[in-house]
Design a protein around this ligand. Structure first.
Ligand code: NAD
Ligand code: UD1
Length: 336
């Protein structure tokens, strides 16, 4: 039996495929390559010695998705496929609801038709809204502030309703905090298109001298040094969390489980800059500018549920995240 990984050539998907292949799983990837490159498949092969089966398919295309289910014995799905730029989602809400909500509904319909009722869904800490500093699963969802976040909350709700209607479904909702870093081989990492919105992709570009300096959005928050605090998690730790989620589904006859995937620690923007500079021996020029509208001062994950129920904890620290990111960027710059 195979695991279907939608969005499997993307940033988190490709790292997860590596961990799953290393764990002996059979993998089928579906991705329309809107935000990733097919060459990631060769890199996955280089790292694991295994080539996952690949279909260039849009999850909105029900017929083509059905073909994937017809041609493969799929019993589980990890659903990463989606658009993820928060700012773009504010400008193009219909695109985001269509791709991320309708796309998921299409996938779920096909899964149901082929009696595949095991799914791991990529959700986000953004569903907590402005609720709290320490996010706990049982607090439930808060008020989302942009279409990207609302689409995640809607999909979570859809999954809950599906489970209510048929409790033979096995569903794991994983709420990621701030994934950064890259595979330690330096072959796979995050490759932002254009000018990045997120912190680490921006630091990458400044380090590579593609952008002159980082703008730090506000230094007057109620945090350790006034800059925003987030729970950054190494993408390989995150990927391993998916292997644990699959194990959880394997041992369950039906259920819906929601887990935070973070480290439980918060770091400020200035702490990240300093860590990056220290481990990599390069300067990151920055200036303090206005706060970014919609930003929260500080939030991080409570990780006890994932630790207790999945037996998963993040093992990599901020230094690993900064070192692995820069190794990947340097390899890319050197054309490896
Ligand atoms: P990514 O853009 O690197 O990967 C997403 C992949 O999905 C891409 O390869 C893209 O080509 C593909 N895709 C998009 N729409 C598709 C469609 N209609 N049909 C088929 N393929 C499609 O993003 P990522 O960082 O790897 O994120 C993966 C998932 O995790 C997303 O759902 C994202 O919202 C979620 N997430 C990401 C973060 C983060 O900070 N990276 C945080 C929380 C949640
Ligand atoms: C962003 C998204 C969130 C998504 C998450 C995924 C927004 C408003 N929120 O959250 O929905 O789930 O990414 O990882 O986009 N910063 C700077 N300068 C920069 C970029 C960021 O100072 O150029 C600061 C921010 O103010 C924040 C921290 O760095 O304090 C992290 O920012 P970012 O990487 O964008 O992540 P989030 O804001 O947590």
């Amino acid at each position: 039996m195979a695991i279907l990984v939608t969005g499997g050539t993307g940033y988190i998907g490709s790292h997860t495929v590596i961990e799953l292949l290393n764990n002996g799983e059979e993998i089928v990837i579906v991705d329309n390559l809107v935000n990733s490159k097919k060459t990631n498949l060769d890199r996955i092969k280089k790292i694991t010695n295994k080539m996952p089966k690949f279909y260039k398919v849009d999850i909105l295309n029900e017929k083509e998705l059905e073909k994937v289910f017809k041609e493969n014995k799929i019993d589980k799905v990890i659903h990463f496929a989606g658009l993820k730029a928060v700012g773009e989602s504010v400008k193009k809400p219909l695109l985001y609801y269509q791709n991320n909500v309708t796309g998921t509904i299409t996938l779920l319909k096909v899964m149901e038709k082929y009696n595949c009722k095991n799914i791991v869904f990529s959700s986000s800490a953004t569903v907590y809204g402005t609720k709290t500093i320490e996010c706990k699963e049982e607090m439930g969802r808060g008020e989302t502030t942009n279409p990207y976040g609302t689409a995640k909350a809607i999909v979570e709700k859809i999954l809950e309703d599906i489970y209510k209607s048929d409790n033979t479904w096995n569903i794991a909702i994983l709420r990621y905090f701030n994934p950064i870093g890259a595979h330690e081989s330096g072959l796979i990492g995050e490759e932002p298109n254009g000018i990045p919105n997120n912190l680490m992709p921006y630091i990458q570009k400044v380090a590579a001298k593609e952008l002159p300096e980082l703008s730090v959005f506000g230094n007057d928050y109620d945090t350790i040094d006034g800059t925003g605090v987030r729970d950054y998690i190494h993408v390989v730790d995150l990927a391993k969390g998916h292997v644990k989620a699959i194990e959880k589904l394997n041992n369950s006859n039906g259920g819906i489980y929601t887990y935070n995937l973070g480290t439980g620690n918060g770091y400020s923007v200035l702490q990240i800059i300093k860590a990056f500079e220290k481990v990599n021996g390069i300067q990151i020029p920055y200036k303090i500018v206005e706060r970014r509208p919609g930003d929260l001062a500080k939030y991080y994950a409570n990780v006890s549920k994932a630790r207790e129920e999945l037996g998963w904890v993040a093992t990599k620290n901020i230094e690993d995240m900064c070192k692995d990111t820069w190794r990947y960027v340097q390899n890319e710059l050197n054309g490896k």
